[in-house]
Ligand binder design. Structure first.
Ligand SMILES: Nc1ncnc2c1ncn2[C@@H]1O[C@H](COP(=O)(O)OP(=O)(O)OP(=O)(O)O)[C@@H](O)[C@H]1O
Ligand SMILES: [Mg+2]
Length: 474
């Protein structure tokens, strides 16, 4: 036989064998289907699946929507996480929007799947749903994800991929969330949407101060494990002080917008007893900013522990500042996570020394008058300009006079015409300069009459307030 006829012979035999195997398989399948009872049939097919999976390198994990009656957090996190992996090329998607959410949510439809890559591992996700009979009658829809990957990635999946999904979904939810502003009436909170536009970017602050604040906040949110280890409540306290209109309230809103935290604006005058105060503090949610504005006015700040003879003896249940701070330390260390507390005042010197002690407030932030850098931020916010022929004159004047960012903002809002606004601002600054010069002259006159260093000291102190300073304590 030549080699060509050998090949033909071989091919014939090969096909005959294949045909007979196929026929036997079909016969076996027919026999199984027709003659085996259903229980035995499912046993045979599950053994077949087992045999197949023993040789397959693919591994599948089922993530059900509920485990028993309890919602499965991992399913929920996966749904949120997978939204960021959706491509608009996919054939079928779902879209929805809820009142609490800022964005339209686009998600996988039942039966659809997508691919993801994490640390070099490839994953295939599929959303499956099925109608099942409910034990209470009727049908219920059960849903689950089938996650398939090469079985060499089992460990990465359990130890790194799933924790990553849980973490990412938290961030995504926080970014979507519509922020709330809570206010107290007596001992209960009511809330409205927080629509304050202030951001750390648009806030006119000296650049180093802004950077310090951003870094402090970023470090704080990353330190969950650290706070746990040292056994301290995971909270951070900021004391903001400075004249009216320097941006204290705006900074609180900017912090909330940056961290995506709700704000609880606590009016201490509404709170009549310690018990009520405790109730309010316990009702606060995690990831929130507690703010007490004008702390010097809202509570009798005299140090009530050191009772002088002429001081009124407080009743046991009176709200006191030290009581408030102690609650916060105590209650929040057991029940709260990721809390910021901000106290604001126009007069730092009127505050209880107990509040200024190291360790009470982590950072003391002085909000200052508008300096040249802050002015540039405001000009860019309000008129989208980074330079202008009048800038130089304005910047020179800002070094000499004290004007708050709020006053500058008011001038910049006067007109859509930037030349008019900057002209008005120069007029304001010149008026202020004349006032200062007038004051200095009259101070000099009176100094001729009686020696007085107090005024100079006052002016020196005030001049120092241009820009802002911080005292940070850890
Ligand atoms: N640093 C700033 N950056 C940007 N805008 C500012 C700044 N400071 C004040 N403003 C503008 O002035 C307005 C008033 O400021 P804000 O209420 O934040 O001041 P405040 O320091 O809280 O004053 P008060 O002591 O009277 O409560 C803000 O709405 C904002 O438009
Ligand atoms: Mg304010």
């Amino acid at each position: 036989m030549d080699s060509q006829s050998q090949a033909i012979e071989f091919t014939k035999k090969y096909f005959t064998t294949i045909a007979s195997i196929t026929a036997s398989t079909m016969l076996a399948r027919t026999l199984i289907n027709e003659f085996l009872p259903s229980e035995l049939r499912s046993l045979v097919s599950s053994s077949k699946a087992k045999l197949f999976s023993r040789f397959s390198t693919e591994h599948t994990i089922i993530i059900q929507q509920t485990e028993g009656l309890t919602p499965n957090e991992l399913y929920d996190a996966a749904s949120t996480y997978l939204r960021t992996k959706i491509s608009l090329r996919m054939k079928r998607l779902r879209a929805s929007k809820s009142e609490d959410n800022n964005n339209i949510i686009v998600s996988l439809d039942d039966g659809e799947g997508l691919a993801d890559i994490f640390q070099g591992a490839e994953y295939k996700w599929k959303l499956v749903s099925e109608e099942k009979e409910s034990p209470r009658g009727g049908a219920i829809k059960v849903k689950w994800y089938e996650l398939s990957f090469h079985n060499k990635y089992k460990e990465i999946t359990l130890n790194a991929y799933f924790p990553h999904i849980l973490e990412r979904s938290k961030d995504i939810k926080a970014a979507d969330k519509r922020l709330k502003l809570y206010m107290n009436q007596y001992d209960s909170w009511s809330c409205i949407d927080l629509n304050h536009p202030a951001t750390l970017e648009t806030l006119a602050l000296e650049p180093e101060l802004k950077q310090t604040i951003i870094e402090d906040l970023a470090r704080f949110v990353k330190r969950k494990q650290y706070y746990k280890k040292i056994g301290k409540a995971w909270k951070r306290g900021y004391l903001l002080f400075g004249p009216p209109g320097t941006g204290k309230s705006s900074l609180v809103a900017a912090i909330a917008n940056y961290l995506r935290f709700d704000i609880y604006d606590l009016d201490l005058k509404e709170v009549t007893s310690n018990t009520r105060l405790k109730r309010l503090l316990v009702a606060m949610k995690n990831k929130s900013v507690l703010v007490i504005e004008d702390i010097d006015c809202s509570i009798d700040l005299q140090n009530r522990d050191e009772e002088g003879e002429d001081k009124k003896k407080p009743s046991k249940d009176d709200v006191t500042l030290s009581g408030l701070l102690n609650f916060i330390d105590g209650l929040w260390s057991t029940s709260g996570e990721e809390r910021i507390i901000v106290l604001t005042t126009n007069y730092k010197d009127r505050l209880d020394p107990a509040l200024l002690r190291p360790g009470r407030m982590d950072m003391h932030i002085q909000m200052g008058y508008c300096g040249p850098n802050s002015f540039k931020v405001l000009a860019s916010n309000y008129h989208d300009i980074d330079e202008h022929p009048l800038f130089e004159e304005i910047e020179e004047l800002l070094k000499e006079v004290q004007v708050t960012p709020a006053e500058v903002a008011e001038e910049l809002l006067r007109s859509d015409d930037v030349d008019i606004c900057l002209g008005c601002l120069i007029q304001l600054l010149n008026r202020k300069k004349e006032e200062v010069q007038g004051n200095e002259e009259s101070a000099e006159d009176s100094q001729d009459n009686k020696e007085k260093d107090g005024d100079d000291k006052q002016i020196d102190e005030e001049k120092q307030q241009v820009g802002a300073k911080t005292v940070v304590s850890d």
